[in-house]
Design a protein. Structure first.
Lengths: 221, 220
């Protein structure tokens, strides 16, 4: 293997890599937040079995889960203009991550809400809570707590999905490093640094979700 | 409305969809071989082996899959191995796939009760015979549901090969869109991507359903 490491050259690449890392983190945060909000709302609609909407959401979940993420990303960027809606690559990236994550989170939240024992709701109604109060202070906290491990997994998965944005020309970490490699041919150094950056991002995200889980865990009486 | 554009695009995309299927099936075989081997080894009590397999599994499962594909695509030529993009994609997907199957296999093997191990030993089987004739056949049945949903996932991930230059269905779609834009001023992108999505759904949805049914049957 006639490859000699050249770490000094990295010095020149680092600023653009850090900027690209920032863009990866930015679209990931927006995507994760959007997916959590949509997942919560959709999961609730699925749980309440809202007529029509619930069936539509079930179909949405199955469709998104059974077609490649890359296809969804490309459809939103290249396909939507056909239908009169042109998005920038940044907007497409954020929208794609939100919509993909939403499908997985709807399923997690639906299961979470379903796992809240019906007796909790009856008990809170017996205590004189209104339906709204029972929802906000009994069903939501318990359902979210149950769904949290899956929500965390889905969110970490979105960070990995964010690495596909080169397909629509958004300069995230992966796209930036790949174009840098084709200019400099310093594969090992660049990929090592990029791998570390992805692993750091992913482990911070999973730590945050693990921490939320610990903080919200049922306190043993 | 002129529909003449459809036939050539459709035949190009069907041809390239076979590349997705071929890539997924090839990768399934290599990942099964490597993954079951690694998964079995990781249930044996050998600390260095376990540690090495743990690192392998965490690395290829933890990194984005497209990272692995590009790494292989760029590194193999530097190591003096010149292969086309299809082979590079197969190797990259195999690293990711074998890491996943290794976890599936490990879980299945560890779910076989200890009494089975003891009974096999009592019958005078040695360690290797015990795994080949008693443990792995039973574990295989438990592996089936997660393996089926893994296959659905693998078929979807075969589109990543398009990013390293394999003319799979999404790449074919992109070329077609480019050509239609130039020749006819009308990309038809939404229709092309919707058709590709339909093709994936047609294969992956039954697989996901089948996986779910198998899982339910196993629980009972």
């Amino acid at each position: 293997m006639a490859y000699s490491f050249d770490w000094l050259f990295l010095w020149d690449s680092l600023p653009s890599m850090f900027a690209a890392w920032g863009r990866t983190v930015l679209i990931s945060i927006i995507g994760i937040a959007g997916a959590l909000v949509l997942g919560f709302l959709g999961g609730w609609a699925r749980h309440k079995d809202v007529p029509r909407l619930s069936g539509l959401l079930a179909a949405y979940v199955e469709i998104i889960r059974n077609i490649p993420h890359l296809l969804i990303i490309m459809f939103l960027y290249f396909g939507l203009p056909d239908m009169g809606l042109s998005l920038t690559s940044f907007m497409s990236a954020c929208l794609a991550l939100s919509l993909i994550g939403a499908a997985y989170n709807i399923e997690a939240m639906r299961a979470g809400f379903a796992a809240v024992p019906a007796n909790y709701v009856r008990a809170s109604r017996a205590l004189g809570m209104t339906a709204r109060q029972a929802f906000t202070s009994v069903i939501v906290p318990n359902g979210v707590r149950i769904a949290l491990p899956s929500l965390g997994n889905n969110s970490v998965g979105l960070i990995k999905t964010s690495s596909l944005m080169m397909a629509i020309g958004y300069p995230d970490l992966m796209a930036t490093v790949v174009s840098e490699v084709s200019l400099t041919f310093r594969v090992a150094e660049l990929f090592l640094v990029m791998g570390v950056m992805y692993l750091i991002t992913i482990s911070i995200a999973s730590q945050l979700f693990a921490q939320a889980e610990r903080r919200l865990a049922f306190q043993a009486a | 409305m002129d529909h003449a554009w459809i036939a050539p695009v459709a035949s190009f995309m069907v041809d390239s969809f076979w590349i997705n299927i071929a890539l997924a099936l090839l990768t399934l075989c290599t990942s099964l071989l490597l993954g079951i081997l690694l998964g079995t080894l990781s249930t044996l009590k050998m600390a260095p082996v376990q540690l090495a397999i743990r690192a392998y599994v965490d690395l290829w499962r933890g990194l984005p899959t497209i990272f692995t594909l590009f790494l292989v695509f760029f590194l193999l030529p530097l190591m003096g191995i010149h292969v086309n993009a299809f082979v590079a994609a197969a190797v990259g997907l195999t690293l990711w796939g074998s890491a996943n199957i290794s976890e599936i296999a490990r879980g299945a093997i560890q779910s076989i009760p200890a009494t089975q191990h003891r009974a096999a030993s009592a019958l005078g089987l040695n360690n290797r015979q015990k795994f080949i004739w008693v443990i792995i056949p039973q574990a295989m049945r438990r592996m089936l549901p997660p393996l089926v949903s893994f296959l659905a996932h693998l078929i979807q991930n075969s589109t990543l090969a398009g990013l390293i230059g394999v003319t799979e269905i999404l790449a074919a779609g992109k070329y077609s869109i480019g050509r239609l834009t130039i020749e006819q001023g009308q990309p038809h992108a939404a229709a092309i991507y919707a058709a590709a999505g339909f093709a994936f759904f047609l294969i992956c949805f039954p697989l996901s359903r089948w996986a779910m049914r198998l899982e339910k049957k196993l629980v009972v």
